[in-house]
Design a protein around this ligand. Sequence first.
Ligand code: PMP
Length: 286
Amino acid sequence: MTGAVYVNGAWHDRATASISVYDHGLLYGDGVFEGLRAYDGRIFRLARHVERLYDSAKSINLAIPHTQEEFAALMVEAVGRSGLRDAYLRPVVTRGVGDLGLDSRKCPTATVIIIVDTIAVWSADRYEQGLDVVTAATPVPHREALSPRVKSLNYLAHVMAKLEGSLAGADEVLMLDPAGYVAEGSGQNLFVVRGGRLRTPPVWAGILQGVTRDAVIELAREAGFPAEESPLNRHDVYTADEAFLTGTASELAPIRRYDGRLIGAGRAGPITRDLHARFHALVRAE
Ligand code: PMP
Protein backbone atom coordinates (compact mmCIF):
# COMPACT_ATOMS: atom_id res chain seq x y z
CA MET A 1 0.00 0.00 0.00
CA THR A 2 1.30 3.44 -0.88
CA GLY A 3 0.66 6.71 0.88
CA ALA A 4 1.37 7.82 4.42
CA VAL A 5 -0.41 9.73 7.16
CA TYR A 6 1.26 11.54 10.05
CA VAL A 7 -0.88 12.41 13.08
CA ASN A 8 0.68 14.12 16.10
CA GLY A 9 4.03 12.36 16.00
CA ALA A 10 2.94 8.91 14.78
CA TRP A 11 2.85 7.41 11.27
CA HIS A 12 -0.18 5.55 9.97
CA ASP A 13 -1.72 4.42 6.73
CA ARG A 14 -5.05 5.58 5.38
CA ALA A 15 -6.99 2.86 7.25
CA THR A 16 -5.61 3.50 10.72
CA ALA A 17 -5.18 7.29 10.80
CA SER A 18 -7.77 9.01 13.00
CA ILE A 19 -8.43 12.05 15.20
CA SER A 20 -10.80 12.80 18.09
CA VAL A 21 -14.43 13.76 17.48
CA TYR A 22 -13.74 16.59 19.97
CA ASP A 23 -11.16 18.13 17.65
CA HIS A 24 -12.17 21.72 16.88
CA GLY A 25 -11.05 21.25 13.31
CA LEU A 26 -14.01 18.90 12.94
CA LEU A 27 -16.46 20.69 15.29
CA TYR A 28 -15.86 24.24 14.03
CA GLY A 29 -13.59 24.13 11.02
CA ASP A 30 -11.06 25.73 13.35
CA GLY A 31 -7.78 25.08 11.59
CA VAL A 32 -5.70 25.62 8.48
CA PHE A 33 -4.31 23.48 5.67
CA GLU A 34 -2.15 23.37 2.58
CA GLY A 35 -1.92 21.39 -0.63
CA LEU A 36 1.47 20.57 -2.17
CA ARG A 37 2.74 18.30 -4.90
CA ALA A 38 5.90 16.24 -5.11
CA TYR A 39 7.29 15.63 -8.60
CA ASP A 40 9.75 12.78 -8.89
CA GLY A 41 10.20 12.76 -5.12
CA ARG A 42 10.80 16.52 -4.74
CA ILE A 43 8.20 18.86 -3.28
CA PHE A 44 7.51 21.92 -5.46
CA ARG A 45 8.02 25.24 -3.62
CA LEU A 46 7.99 23.57 -0.22
CA ALA A 47 9.25 26.61 1.71
CA ARG A 48 6.61 28.87 0.13
CA HIS A 49 3.79 26.47 1.04
CA VAL A 50 5.09 26.17 4.62
CA GLU A 51 5.29 29.95 4.85
CA ARG A 52 1.67 30.27 3.66
CA LEU A 53 0.57 27.61 6.19
CA TYR A 54 2.21 29.58 8.99
CA ASP A 55 0.70 32.85 7.71
CA SER A 56 -2.75 31.21 7.73
CA ALA A 57 -2.12 29.95 11.28
CA LYS A 58 -0.88 33.38 12.40
CA SER A 59 -3.98 35.00 10.99
CA ILE A 60 -6.27 32.77 13.11
CA ASN A 61 -3.92 32.98 16.12
CA LEU A 62 -3.06 29.28 16.03
CA ALA A 63 0.37 28.19 17.30
CA ILE A 64 1.91 25.36 15.28
CA PRO A 65 4.13 23.28 17.60
CA HIS A 66 7.05 23.08 15.12
CA THR A 67 9.40 25.50 13.46
CA GLN A 68 8.87 26.00 9.73
CA GLU A 69 12.07 24.02 9.11
CA GLU A 70 10.81 21.10 11.23
CA PHE A 71 7.48 21.16 9.44
CA ALA A 72 9.18 21.14 6.05
CA ALA A 73 11.38 18.22 7.16
CA LEU A 74 8.29 16.28 8.27
CA MET A 75 6.78 16.69 4.82
CA VAL A 76 9.95 15.47 3.15
CA GLU A 77 9.92 12.46 5.47
CA ALA A 78 6.24 11.87 4.70
CA VAL A 79 6.94 11.69 0.95
CA GLY A 80 9.83 9.28 1.62
CA ARG A 81 7.60 7.01 3.70
CA SER A 82 4.74 7.09 1.19
CA GLY A 83 6.53 5.11 -1.49
CA LEU A 84 5.21 7.67 -4.02
CA ARG A 85 7.48 9.71 -6.30
CA ASP A 86 4.65 11.83 -7.72
CA ALA A 87 2.36 12.68 -4.84
CA TYR A 88 -0.07 15.18 -3.39
CA LEU A 89 0.47 16.33 0.22
CA ARG A 90 -2.18 17.66 2.54
CA PRO A 91 -0.87 19.12 5.79
CA VAL A 92 -3.64 20.11 8.20
CA VAL A 93 -3.22 21.88 11.53
CA THR A 94 -6.29 22.19 13.74
CA ARG A 95 -6.88 24.00 17.03
CA GLY A 96 -6.86 20.51 18.57
CA VAL A 97 -9.05 18.70 21.06
CA GLY A 98 -11.29 20.88 23.24
CA ASP A 99 -14.77 20.71 24.73
CA LEU A 100 -18.09 21.25 22.99
CA GLY A 101 -17.91 25.02 23.38
CA LEU A 102 -16.05 27.04 20.79
CA ASP A 103 -13.57 28.61 23.23
CA SER A 104 -10.22 27.95 21.58
CA ARG A 105 -8.40 28.47 24.92
CA LYS A 106 -9.71 25.03 25.91
CA CYS A 107 -7.70 23.44 23.10
CA PRO A 108 -4.20 23.22 24.61
CA THR A 109 -2.46 21.41 21.75
CA ALA A 110 -2.82 21.79 18.01
CA THR A 111 -3.45 18.63 15.98
CA VAL A 112 -0.88 18.18 13.22
CA ILE A 113 -1.72 15.96 10.26
CA ILE A 114 0.16 15.30 7.01
CA ILE A 115 -1.47 13.11 4.38
CA VAL A 116 0.46 11.89 1.33
CA ASP A 117 -1.63 10.43 -1.46
CA THR A 118 -2.41 11.11 -5.11
CA ILE A 119 -5.04 13.42 -6.61
CA ALA A 120 -6.78 13.95 -9.95
CA VAL A 121 -9.24 16.85 -10.14
CA TRP A 122 -10.44 16.25 -13.73
CA SER A 123 -9.85 13.55 -16.33
CA ALA A 124 -6.79 13.99 -18.57
CA ASP A 125 -8.86 14.94 -21.64
CA ARG A 126 -10.06 18.13 -19.90
CA TYR A 127 -6.50 19.50 -20.04
CA GLU A 128 -6.62 19.14 -23.84
CA GLN A 129 -10.23 20.07 -24.54
CA GLY A 130 -10.64 22.65 -21.81
CA LEU A 131 -13.11 22.96 -18.96
CA ASP A 132 -16.74 23.90 -19.05
CA VAL A 133 -17.02 26.54 -16.29
CA VAL A 134 -20.01 28.42 -14.88
CA THR A 135 -20.37 31.26 -12.37
CA ALA A 136 -21.26 29.96 -8.93
CA ALA A 137 -24.17 31.54 -7.06
CA THR A 138 -22.15 31.37 -3.83
CA PRO A 139 -19.50 34.14 -3.59
CA VAL A 140 -16.19 33.85 -1.77
CA PRO A 141 -16.58 35.04 1.84
CA HIS A 142 -16.01 38.74 2.52
CA ARG A 143 -12.31 39.24 3.13
CA GLU A 144 -12.90 40.68 6.60
CA ALA A 145 -15.33 37.91 7.59
CA LEU A 146 -13.25 34.89 6.65
CA SER A 147 -10.25 35.98 4.66
CA PRO A 148 -9.84 33.94 1.45
CA ARG A 149 -6.11 34.54 1.97
CA VAL A 150 -6.29 32.17 4.93
CA LYS A 151 -6.35 28.57 3.75
CA SER A 152 -8.71 27.61 6.55
CA LEU A 153 -10.77 24.51 7.21
CA ASN A 154 -13.90 26.61 6.51
CA TYR A 155 -14.27 25.64 2.86
CA LEU A 156 -18.04 25.33 2.82
CA ALA A 157 -18.57 28.33 0.49
CA HIS A 158 -16.12 26.77 -1.98
CA VAL A 159 -17.67 23.31 -1.53
CA MET A 160 -21.14 24.80 -2.21
CA ALA A 161 -19.84 26.61 -5.28
CA LYS A 162 -18.29 23.39 -6.61
CA LEU A 163 -21.56 21.55 -5.94
CA GLU A 164 -23.52 24.20 -7.87
CA GLY A 165 -21.18 23.65 -10.79
CA SER A 166 -21.61 19.88 -10.63
CA LEU A 167 -25.41 20.18 -10.42
CA ALA A 168 -25.30 22.39 -13.53
CA GLY A 169 -23.22 19.73 -15.34
CA ALA A 170 -20.09 21.93 -15.46
CA ASP A 171 -16.51 20.87 -14.71
CA GLU A 172 -15.69 23.85 -12.51
CA VAL A 173 -16.95 27.20 -11.25
CA LEU A 174 -15.76 30.76 -10.96
CA MET A 175 -16.75 32.42 -7.71
CA LEU A 176 -17.36 36.17 -7.52
CA ASP A 177 -16.26 38.29 -4.57
CA PRO A 178 -18.85 40.21 -2.51
CA ALA A 179 -18.36 43.26 -4.78
CA GLY A 180 -19.17 41.17 -7.87
CA TYR A 181 -15.66 40.88 -9.33
CA VAL A 182 -14.50 37.48 -10.53
CA ALA A 183 -12.38 36.02 -7.71
CA GLU A 184 -11.27 32.41 -8.15
CA GLY A 185 -12.30 28.83 -8.84
CA SER A 186 -13.35 26.43 -6.09
CA GLY A 187 -9.70 25.53 -5.62
CA GLN A 188 -7.90 27.47 -8.37
CA ASN A 189 -6.84 30.94 -9.40
CA LEU A 190 -7.95 32.48 -12.70
CA PHE A 191 -5.97 33.97 -15.58
CA VAL A 192 -7.30 35.59 -18.75
CA VAL A 193 -5.28 36.39 -21.87
CA ARG A 194 -6.19 39.15 -24.30
CA GLY A 195 -3.89 40.52 -26.98
CA GLY A 196 -0.91 38.60 -25.58
CA ARG A 197 -1.29 40.10 -22.07
CA LEU A 198 -2.23 38.13 -18.96
CA ARG A 199 -4.50 39.40 -16.22
CA THR A 200 -5.33 37.79 -12.88
CA PRO A 201 -7.29 39.12 -9.89
CA PRO A 202 -5.24 40.87 -7.19
CA VAL A 203 -4.64 39.19 -3.85
CA TRP A 204 -5.85 42.15 -1.78
CA ALA A 205 -9.33 41.80 -3.27
CA GLY A 206 -9.77 38.56 -1.34
CA ILE A 207 -8.43 35.45 -3.03
CA LEU A 208 -5.93 32.81 -2.04
CA GLN A 209 -2.45 33.79 -3.23
CA GLY A 210 -1.81 30.62 -5.17
CA VAL A 211 1.71 29.23 -5.34
CA THR A 212 0.94 28.06 -8.88
CA ARG A 213 -0.43 31.53 -9.74
CA ASP A 214 2.78 33.17 -8.59
CA ALA A 215 4.88 30.66 -10.54
CA VAL A 216 2.80 31.31 -13.69
CA ILE A 217 3.21 35.09 -13.33
CA GLU A 218 7.00 34.57 -13.14
CA LEU A 219 6.99 32.20 -16.13
CA ALA A 220 4.83 34.54 -18.20
CA ARG A 221 7.10 37.51 -17.58
CA GLU A 222 10.19 35.40 -18.38
CA ALA A 223 8.54 34.35 -21.63
CA GLY A 224 7.84 37.98 -22.54
CA PHE A 225 4.09 38.01 -21.88
CA PRO A 226 3.12 40.98 -19.70
CA ALA A 227 1.16 39.78 -16.63
CA GLU A 228 -0.75 42.15 -14.42
CA GLU A 229 -2.94 41.82 -11.35
CA SER A 230 -6.20 43.67 -11.88
CA PRO A 231 -9.85 43.22 -10.91
CA LEU A 232 -11.79 41.25 -13.51
CA ASN A 233 -15.43 41.33 -14.54
CA ARG A 234 -17.23 38.34 -16.02
CA HIS A 235 -17.17 40.37 -19.24
CA ASP A 236 -13.35 40.19 -19.24
CA VAL A 237 -13.55 36.41 -19.12
CA TYR A 238 -16.30 36.16 -21.76
CA THR A 239 -14.26 38.28 -24.17
CA ALA A 240 -10.82 36.77 -23.43
CA ASP A 241 -8.73 35.16 -26.17
CA GLU A 242 -7.78 32.49 -23.63
CA ALA A 243 -8.59 31.75 -19.99
CA PHE A 244 -7.16 29.14 -17.66
CA LEU A 245 -7.15 28.04 -14.04
CA THR A 246 -4.11 27.33 -11.86
CA GLY A 247 -3.71 25.32 -8.68
CA THR A 248 -1.45 22.78 -7.06
CA ALA A 249 -3.91 19.93 -7.52
CA SER A 250 -5.28 21.27 -10.84
CA GLU A 251 -1.97 22.52 -12.29
CA LEU A 252 -2.84 24.55 -15.46
CA ALA A 253 -6.24 23.86 -16.94
CA PRO A 254 -7.69 25.73 -19.95
CA ILE A 255 -11.26 27.06 -19.86
CA ARG A 256 -13.21 26.14 -22.99
CA ARG A 257 -16.56 27.60 -22.15
CA TYR A 258 -17.67 30.08 -19.48
CA ASP A 259 -21.37 30.58 -18.74
CA GLY A 260 -22.10 29.10 -22.14
CA ARG A 261 -19.78 31.46 -24.06
CA LEU A 262 -16.97 29.83 -26.01
CA ILE A 263 -13.62 31.27 -24.92
CA GLY A 264 -11.35 32.06 -27.88
CA ALA A 265 -11.27 29.10 -30.24
CA GLY A 266 -12.86 26.87 -27.59
CA ARG A 267 -9.76 24.86 -26.75
CA ALA A 268 -6.43 25.45 -25.02
CA GLY A 269 -4.93 28.53 -26.67
CA PRO A 270 -1.26 29.01 -27.65
CA ILE A 271 -0.21 31.03 -24.58
CA THR A 272 -1.97 28.62 -22.23
CA ARG A 273 -0.18 25.71 -23.92
CA ASP A 274 3.14 27.48 -23.80
CA LEU A 275 2.81 28.29 -20.09
CA HIS A 276 1.60 24.78 -19.36
CA ALA A 277 4.74 23.34 -20.95
CA ARG A 278 6.94 25.82 -19.07
CA PHE A 279 5.19 24.96 -15.81
CA HIS A 280 5.75 21.23 -16.33
CA ALA A 281 9.42 21.86 -17.01
CA LEU A 282 9.69 24.10 -13.92
CA VAL A 283 8.15 21.65 -11.44
CA ARG A 284 10.58 18.93 -12.52
CA ALA A 285 13.59 21.26 -12.63
CA GLU A 286 13.33 23.24 -9.40
N1 PMP B 1 -7.81 29.26 -4.56
C1 PMP B 1 -8.29 28.38 -3.67
C2 PMP B 1 -9.57 28.68 -2.99
C3 PMP B 1 -7.60 27.18 -3.42
O1 PMP B 1 -8.08 26.29 -2.54
C4 PMP B 1 -6.40 26.91 -4.13
C5 PMP B 1 -5.67 25.61 -3.89
N2 PMP B 1 -4.76 25.70 -2.85
C6 PMP B 1 -5.93 27.87 -5.02
C7 PMP B 1 -6.66 29.03 -5.22
C8 PMP B 1 -4.64 27.65 -5.79
O2 PMP B 1 -3.53 27.76 -4.93
P1 PMP B 1 -2.19 26.93 -5.16
O3 PMP B 1 -1.72 27.24 -6.53
O4 PMP B 1 -1.27 27.41 -4.11
O5 PMP B 1 -2.54 25.50 -5.01
